[in-house]
Design a protein around this ligand. Structure first.
Ligand SMILES: *Cc1c(COP(=O)(O)O)cnc(C)c1O
Length: 491
């Protein structure tokens, strides 16, 4: 298997190299040259465990990593640390160390990167830069904590994440980690990281000092591929529970931000998984909804801070990979679209993309709709959703109402409700105005009886280890300051 850049400058790249680079030299994203069809081969193994399934899928892409090494990487990443559960057609992906679905990819990424580094004989330390809207940062920190040969720098919007999310990050322990608050929003942080990664001179300068920079955002192919696994896993669960028959098509409903999760579902279909529709759910930052309805992607609008902060995004980076497929892998066209997004903040796709995009349905949910759904699903079905999952739930309701399509669906549940306790309690009608988020956690537990994930217990008692805040224009300087200080520490 080889990887190519969506913008055409790189071809024939081995997975280890693509994983180390993170982003291609032309600013494009790495995509596999083809999609191995594997559904037929595994469709009858409905009792396969998550690790074995992951091995079946991931090994088709990362063929330059030795088979035994890949198996080790997968076991080290997942065994005893991460679980996927299907309940009432919710595909729960948040049973991991940080209680968000990003664990699925970020437990694996360090393990594969460690091996990719060896394969490519990279001696330098790899510095992972991560812009986060709340969940990626923490998951990256946990995944890379004390992994030899790596440092992680996380940039988060100082006022754009929940109190619990922030506390998870600023209390992070580990000798190779740095958390930096940014005066700005997630898009500022992401743009800043992309700029640093795309700055050849700066990269050279760091390389001379023994550092290579890379990314843990979902633009890294090493993060995207492992996300394919849970769609296969969820599908096989539905077969097991006789909610569908083998071969039946399902719809997937995905609360979407950077378009990584839903793109992984599309990749799963390219590998043969029977999926009919991809229901792309947005919050009030509904750029994608507008795109699927009008063929125009227009980021020229104010970013709204919502109660599903991990989806507060105006530039959904992974959409570039879908456009690559929609254009029939036309790098020139993709490059032009991305150039106009960069220069003008807007692009329109050609008429012929519509046929390709017809299996994608985009819609959004407002705060009130989310609140109503959280409350009614809890009261009627006894199921507690987080705010991101609730966005997907509302959008699926709209889809069904609009189309009458009653195909079995898998609705991706991306975070524990305990990460957003204030929103959940307010939705449930509990008065939490006078108490802090950590007391709210306990109140939610008292009211619902739902267990608090271990990693979120006693979070408020932990010491704060990171307190730097920088302007979004100075992210490079913040990085240099950390690398310099850190080296001095070592004497
Ligand atoms: C990141 C995240 C999303 C959005 O996923 P993308 O892959 O960025 O589209 C949704 N929900 C939660 C809880 C997340 O952390």
């Amino acid at each position: 298997m080889r990887f190519i850049s969506t913008r055409g400058a790189e071809k024939d790249i081995l997975s280890a190299r693509a994983i180390i680079n993170g982003i291609a030299s032309d600013g494009g994203l790495y995509v596999p040259e083809k999609f191995p069809r594997i559904y037929e081969k595994i469709k009858n193994r409905t009792n396969i465990c998550y690790e074995d399934l992951a091995n079946e899928i991931i090994s088709k892409f990362f063929t330059d990593i030795k088979k035994e090494e890949l198996k080790k990487a997968i076991d080290e990443a997942y065994k005893g640390k991460f679980q996927v559960k299907e309940e009432k057609s919710f595909l729960e992906l948040y049973h991991g160390p940080t209680s968000a679905f990003k664990d699925a990819a970020l437990l694996f990424l360090p393990q594969i990167m460690k091996r990719a580094k060896k394969n490519c004989s990279v001696e330098e330390e790899i510095v992972i830069l991560t812009a986060t809207s709340g969940d990626t940062g923490k998951a990256a920190l946990e995944g890379f904590k004390n992994v030899e040969g790596f440092k992680v720098v996380v940039y988060y919007p100082e006022n754009g994440v929940s109190e619990v999310q922030k506390q998870q990050m600023v209390t992070q322990e580990g000798k190779n980690l740095k958390v930096i608050g940014i005066n700005g929003n997630f898009d500022n942080a992401q743009t800043g990281v992309k700029k640093i990664l795309g700055d050849k001179n700066f990269r050279e300068q760091l390389k001379d000092k023994g550092h290579i920079i890379s990314s843990a955002n979902s633009i890294n192919i090493g993060r995207l591929i492992p996300q394919i696994v849970y769609y296969f896993y969820g599908y096989l669960q539905l077969v097991n529970k006789q909610k569908i028959k083998e071969g039946d098509k399902i719809n997937v409903v995905v609360p979407t931000g950077n378009f990584g999760n839903i793109l992984a579902a599309y990749y799963a279909r390219e590998m043969g998984l029977p999926i009919a529709k991809f229901i792309c759910a947005s919050n009030e930052n509904k750029v994608l909804t507008d795109f699927f309805k009008t063929s125009v992607y227009d980021k020229r609008r104010e970013l709204k801070l919502t109660e599903s902060p991990s989806m507060d995004i105006l530039v959904s980076s992974n959409l570039e990979r879908l456009l690559f497929e929609a254009s029939n892998r036309n790098c020139e066209e993709v490059k032009n679209l991305m150039d106009s997004l960069n220069n003008d903040g807007i692009y329109t796709v050609k008429e012929n993309y519509k046929e390709f995009l017809k299996d994608f349905y985009g819609e959004y949910a407002t705060k009130d709709e989310v609140y109503t759904a959280i409350r009614s699903v809890y009261e009627v079905e006894g199921y507690l959703m987080d705010t991101h999952t609730a966005v997907a739930y509302v959008v699926n309701q709209k889809y069904v109402k609009e189309t009458g399509d009653n195909t079995q669906y898998l609705l991706v549940s991306t975070a524990s409700p305990y990460k957003f306790p204030r929103s959940i309690c307010t939705a449930l009608g509990l008065d939490v105005a006078q108490i802090n988020d950590f007391e709210v956690v306990n109140k939610l537990k008292e009211y619902t009886g739902v267990n608090i994930p271990t990693n979120l217990q006693k979070l408020d008692k932990k010491p704060i280890l990171h307190n730097e805040v920088w302007d979004s224009g100075n992210m490079k300087e913040a990085l240099l300051s950390y690398l310099k200080g850190n080296n001095n520490d070592k004497g």
